[in-house]
Design a protein around this ligand. Structure first.
Ligand SMILES: Cc1cc2nc3c(=O)[nH]c(=O)nc-3n(C[C@H](O)[C@H](O)[C@H](O)COP(=O)(O)OP(=O)(O)OC[C@H]3O[C@@H](n4cnc5c(N)ncnc54)[C@H](O)[C@@H]3O)c2cc1C
Length: 392
């Protein structure tokens, strides 16, 4: 890997990054800026709706280091002045970010945010290959990676859109000195290398997007809101276009008993809350569909090995209660890139040290999360009993 203008490559490169979310783009940007030849493989369209639209203020310095803060700031996202939580009592407590060291966070248009990062990685010199990783094989001093194409090569996404419909085409083969798994929670590459994400619980998110109401909504309260319930908790936040995201969080095995997978029951339960319902006042109807997603913390062990590293959710995923998944994805993307560069420069302990750091971050998260769940003691129900038993 030489410093200077990165060379474009077709079938052979220094680093292959699998996944075009925040972690993959952060890793690609950091690597390309250090002079590495990078190919980023990602599907033309996301596998599922992009979820996660509150960007914590701590993302600011990371985006600045990646050289994309200016673009993100001008990209039409809305400020987020903090969060409210009805947790452990009937009244809301407030956390304001306005006076914090990094100022307000953002309510993201998540598709536009991810697209901006992807375009920045391409503009910096990463070659985007549209498709998905199908197989990976270790050869003496490089990897051979087989991809299946799911669209045309090159960036198909434009700001605010999710790209063209994916079509399966011919696959291809790439060789790379290093591979980065940034495929999100499934950690598809790491699994193929014998590592697997271990999950701490079966937390599940049932998410609905409420479209911007007609007639121009009043300026929404630019804060997120969490409200606990006997079976879990609600989360809601405004979207930059006047819409709103609403999530019910419970355990996978409790969904059937609560009927939360039924859109009408989900909506009726939201309307029965003490606080969330006030944020839903402009809407008369539930959203057309609910997206169901795994949401509990997980950690891939090991998160790196000779010639490879997992970053973002593929390395460690956090409970959405912490609202720091994107920050972790950016940070671990950059750290994973640093470890690869250090390994290439001859520091043979760099990737193992990175893997230990991921485990430590995960343990730290489990501890902080256990403390947070202990603060809610009003219900002796399965969801809470499980979390009260956990000490982190
Ligand atoms: C319900 C819920 C709510 C959340 N809310 C928030 C929030 O408000 N704020 C926040 O900061 N975080 C939130 N998060 C977490 C946040 O969304 C994630 O931490 C973040 O998206 C992780 O980024 P990533 O790049 O690691 O993975 P992802 O964003 O999942 O990206 C993975 C990429 O890999 C690609 N891919 C998959 N398979 C392959 C393959 N075989 N080959 C190539 N590419 C592949 C995918 O298409 C995608 O581009 C939430 C998570 C959940 C579950």
């Amino acid at each position: 890997m030489k410093a200077g203008t990165p060379r474009r490559c077709d079938v052979s490169c220094d680093v292959l990054v699998a996944g075009g979310g925040p972690a993959g783009c952060a890793a690609a940007l950091a690597l390309v800026r250090a002079g590495a030849d990078v190919v980023l493989v990602a599907p033309a369209a996301p596998d599922r709706p992009r979820i996660g639209e509150s960007l914590a203020p701590a993302a600011g310095p990371l985006l600045e280091r990646l050289g994309v803060l200016g673009r993100i700031a001008l990209d039409g996202h809305a400020p987020c002045y903090g969060g409210r939580a009805v947790w452990g009592g009937d009244g809301p407590s407030e956390v304001s970010s306005v006076l914090g060291p990094y100022g307000p966070g953002l309510h993201l248009d998540r598709a536009r945010f991810d697209t901006a990062l992807l375009e920045a990685a391409e503009a910096a010199g990463a070659l985007r290959r549209t498709g998905r990783i199908r197989a990976v094989e270790r050869l003496p001093d490089h990897w051979r990676v087989t991809t299946a194409t799911t669209g045309t090569t090159g960036s198909t996404a434009t700001a605010g859109t999710t790209g063209t419909a994916a079509t399966t085409g011919a696959g291809g083969t790439l060789t790379a000195r290093y591979v980065v798994d940034a495929t999100g929670r499934p950690a598809r590459l790491a699994r193929r290398l014998g590592a697997a994400p271990g999950r701490s619980d079966r937390l599940t998110a049932l998410t609905g997007i409420l479209a911007a109401p007609g007639g121009g909504p009043a300026e929404p309260e630019r804060t997120s809101l969490v409200e606990s319930t006997p079976w879990g908790w609600w989360y809601t936040a405004p979207l930059p276009d006047g819409g709103r995201v609403l999530m019910a969080m419970t355990d996978a095995d409790l969904v059937a008993g609560t009927l939360l997978h039924d859109r009408d029951v989900w909506w009726a339960r939201a309307q029965a809350t003490g606080h969330v319902r006030h944020r839903l006042a402009p809407w008369r109807e539930p959203p057309r569909q609910l997206d169901v997603a795994t949401a509990g913390p997980s950690c891939t062990r090991p998160a790196a090995g000779p010639g490879w590293a997992a970053v973002g959710d593929a390395a460690t995923a956090t409970d959405p209660l912490a609202a720091r998944g994107i920050v972790m994805a950016l940070a671990t993307g950059m750290e994973g890139a640093r470890a690869i560069l250090a390994d290439h420069a001859g520091d043979r302990g760099a990737l193992a040290a990175y893997a230990r750091r991921i485990t430590a971050l995960h343990e730290e998260h489990l501890h902080a999360r256990a403390v947070q769940y202990q603060r809610e003691q009003r219900w002796d129900t399965p969801f809470w009993r499980r979390r009260h038993r956990t000490t982190g």
